[in-house]
Design a protein around this ligand. Sequence first.
Ligand SMILES: *[C@@H]1O[C@H](CO)[C@@H](O)[C@H](O)[C@H]1NC(C)=O
Ligand SMILES: *[C@@H]1O[C@H](CO)[C@@H](O)[C@H](O)[C@H]1NC(C)=O
Ligand SMILES: *[C@@H]1O[C@H](CO)[C@@H](O)[C@H](O)[C@H]1NC(C)=O
Ligand SMILES: *[C@@H]1O[C@H](CO)[C@@H](O)[C@H](O)[C@H]1NC(C)=O
Ligand SMILES: *[C@@H]1O[C@H](CO)[C@@H](O)[C@H](O)[C@H]1NC(C)=O
Ligand SMILES: *[C@@H]1O[C@H](CO)[C@@H](O)[C@H](O)[C@H]1NC(C)=O
Length: 312
Amino acid sequence: MKTGVSLVVLTFWLVLANSLKCHKCLNRQGNCSETEVEVCKPGQDSCFFEIKRFTGLNADTAKQGCGRSNYCRHYPGGFRGFLFRRMHCCSTDLCLPVTYHASSEGSKNGVECQSCIGNATECGQNAPSEPCIGTQDTCVQISQRFLPGEGLEPIIKGCGNDSFKDVQVVYQIGNNFAYVDQKVCKGSNCNNRTYSVIPAGDPNGLQCYTCQDTGLGECTRDKLQLLNCTGVMDRCVHVRNQENRSVTIQKGCGTQTMCTAYLEIYHPLIWMDSFAECCKTSFCNRAAGPSAPERLPGMVALALLLARMAWK
Ligand SMILES: *[C@@H]1O[C@H](CO)[C@@H](O)[C@H](O)[C@H]1NC(C)=O
Ligand SMILES: *[C@@H]1O[C@H](CO)[C@@H](O)[C@H](O)[C@H]1NC(C)=O
Ligand SMILES: *[C@@H]1O[C@H](CO)[C@@H](O)[C@H](O)[C@H]1NC(C)=O
Ligand SMILES: *[C@@H]1O[C@H](CO)[C@@H](O)[C@H](O)[C@H]1NC(C)=O
Ligand SMILES: *[C@@H]1O[C@H](CO)[C@@H](O)[C@H](O)[C@H]1NC(C)=O
Ligand SMILES: *[C@@H]1O[C@H](CO)[C@@H](O)[C@H](O)[C@H]1NC(C)=O
């Protein structure tokens, strides 16, 4: 009995002794303190170093911890909209797979903002804070929810310049609901809120066609589904491919901001070369093919025709 117990204890210590140790922290500089160390669990065979950036925001995030080398190899790195991500790995105790220097050109302007790209837990009320640089004296917080399969980082916090504004983009494709909620504020660390949840809301009377093209022709006329719009979604939207405008990517309900704030806000959500068109009346997003909206009022159609002729 006794031997059994000590064997178990011995095995336990052997396993522990054999376990990989990694730095574990999340901040801007990527330098964990000496005590921020993690003993890896079975299956975690590497230490990762993950770098995230968001164009236009001082939100750079470096995260370290134990991970799996297989995940590291298949990490979805590169740009997705304004978000850039990369992961490096190594597999010896407390190893550092990259030499990392957070970029910080310009002088501090006296404001500090929470700076963090990640999930609701790591970038919540106690997210790390960083001094802001140059003209970036506005604290920005972006909370986002994506369509399935597009899962990126739910929260982005950082220092931004005056071109960041409060804006909300909400849309629904089929049963899937997505949004970007961007809030700005002045004053150090005022972007200290938790993830903001926008409810889908109740039906608002507008009905739109909906589809999501996966290359199987889901957006052809005969396959379109109906969708009852809810909450603040008071537009029908039609998302087309930027390069070939006769290719429909999605249809559904959305907010007007999806069409006006497209470049800054919607682009990070959809990430591929696309653009959205909004219209106001039920079923107005049926238009398929390269033609403009289905039934143009006569005068507008005539004006367009004349314009086109004049152009030629
Ligand atoms: C990381 O480095 C920065 C700048 O060199 C320093 O201010 C900060 O205290 C360091 N953080 C830790 C956790 O050691
Ligand atoms: C904010 O920064 C972007 C580049 O990140 C720049 O293009 C833009 O002009 C700046 N806007 C203001 C108001 O300073
Ligand atoms: C957020 O990330 C942390 C650290 O990587 C992880 O432990 C936690 O489960 C995640 N939380 C959510 C809500 O996904
Ligand atoms: C968040 O920031 C506001 C304004 O700076 C401050 O009044 C408040 O105490 C902060 N909340 C937390 C939880 O730190
Ligand atoms: C949408 O709303 C209409 C009219 O209120 C209703 O008849 C229909 O059942 C609703 N469709 C769905 C899918 O909820
Ligand atoms: C655009 O897409 C349509 C429909 O898929 C296709 O028939 C057409 O050839 C494409 N045009 C170009 C220029 O790629």
